[in-house]
Design a protein around this ligand. Structure first.
Ligand code: MCU
Length: 394
């Protein structure tokens, strides 16, 4: 009880000081091993999460753990961020410790009159048009290139140096945060910055879910067909056979495949790629960081490479945090297969619009959506992966 009160006091203090991590006290060296999905409701030190304020501290702890093991450090807001919107071009200028960069995003605002909600789309959008919603297309490759051979290239690294620990997803998060900084200062407020969604498909969906997790100004996160490294669990992926029944290297996208080919994650992640059971987190905890904000997971049910068993199990585990917080309807899970990668099926539209209407337009819709077009849960067995109960956080 005393410990809980102390932690609560720290949370209040951290909020009033604006210090994000005052309630975490992780050791300098991490030591962890767990073949199952780590318990969202147990702190690294073994204490239990029983209240919503405990969860705020656990959330800070998970943010730190993910940066230390997978994503690398997400820098705070730089000393100067300015920008303009001229025509359809949003220009972002950043200065930090004597270094300057500028980058642009393309903004299309509907003629309905502002402020309007906006969809930030990484590299473009593969979703159907969202009437009444502005689109902000951000070429995240300009901020950080994604292939392993080009690690450290992009404007983020022009500011922070090529040896900065951030992977490309962290750099993209930083870029989106700077876009939002500028949106907040636009004269006439054409965009409603309280109604921002983020999307991307495939690799850019892996980025989108990380951005939703790390940037609290995103109201609605819409990752589309992200697979491993996004909505998938590193652990479940490593144990999932392809449809033929055997585990073949590179038939599903494992952590090991990722670190050899992509600069998506920090170099810190390399050493975990062959021992993912030693990660103190997994991506159910990444998705859980989005709560109590909204998340709709749009996945493909018939592509081995995207490891539907892994994304399904992982997102069902993440959903338990939304349930514990009393906001089960703020996370949806929708699977449809039998289509090309990143071709949004018409049959998923009603799920998408239920989320868009509720969380961008404040309409009353039903968003209790957990469904797949296949009957079995891709062979996922919860008892194999989850050995913790879901409390009701008070
Ligand atoms: C999810 O799709 C990714 C995949 O993970 C990568 O390995 C591959 O190179 O690129 C895919 C993608 O981004 O397709 C558009």
């Amino acid at each position: 009880m005393a410990i809980r009160f102390f932690r609560y006091a720290l949370v209040l203090l951290s909020f009033s000081l604006g210090v994000a991590d005052a309630c975490t006290s992780l050791p300098a060296t991490l030591s962890y091993k767990n073949a199952k999905l780590p318990d969202p409701f147990t702190f690294y030190d073994g204490q239990k999460v029983t209240t919503k304020s405990d969860w705020e501290c656990r959330r800070q702890e998970i943010l730190e753990l993910l940066q230390r093991t997978e994503y690398g450090t997400l820098p705070l807001k730089p000393s100067s961020v300015t920008g303009t919107l001229q025509g359809t071009t949003l220009t972002v200028n950043v200065s930090h410790e004597g270094k300057n960069i500028s980058f642009a995003a393309r903004v299309d605002i509907p003629s309905t009159g502002g402020p309007v909600p906006a969809l930030i789309a990484l590299g473009g959008t593969s979703l159907p048009p969202l009437p009444g919603v502005a689109t902000i297309i951000f070429n995240n490759d300009d901020i950080a290139q994604q292939s392993i051979g080009n690690r450290g290239q992009g404007k983020f690294f022009n500011i922070y140096g090529r040896s900065h620990s951030a992977g490309a997803f962290t750099a993209s998060t930083w870029g989106v945060s700077r876009i939002i900084d500028v949106l907040e200062t636009l004269p006439g407020s054409p965009i409603d910055v309280k109604k921002l969604a983020i999307t991307g498909c495939s690799r850019n969906a892996k980025a989108a879910i990380a951005i939703g997790a790390f940037e609290p100004r995103i109201a609605l996160t819409l990752p589309q067909e992200s697979g491993s490294g996004g909505t998938g669990s590193w652990r479940i992926t490593d144990s999932t056979p392809q449809s033929g029944g055997i585990i073949l290297p590179n038939s599903t996208q494992t952590a090991w495949q990722v670190v050899q080919n992509y600069a998506w994650f920090s170099p810190l992640f390399d050493s975990y790629a062959r021992r993912v059971t030693e990660l103190p987190t997994d991506h159910h905890l990444l998705a859980a960081l989005i709560a109590p904000r909204a998340l709709l997971v749009v996945e493909h049910s018939t592509m081995d490479w995207l490891v539907p068993r892994s994304t399904w199990g992982c997102m069902k585990a993440a959903h338990k945090v939304f349930i514990a917080l009393g906001v089960a309807d703020r996370m949806g899970i929708s699977y449809v297969g039998g289509h090309n990668h990143c071709q949004f099926p018409a049959s998923q539209s009603s799920d998408l619009f239920a989320f868009v209407d509720k969380f961008l337009f404040d309409k009353e819709t039903v968003t209790d959506i957990v469904k797949t077009d296949t009957n079995a849960e891709f062979g996922y067995s919860e008892s194999q992966w989850v050995d913790w109960a879901t409390p009701t956080l008070t």
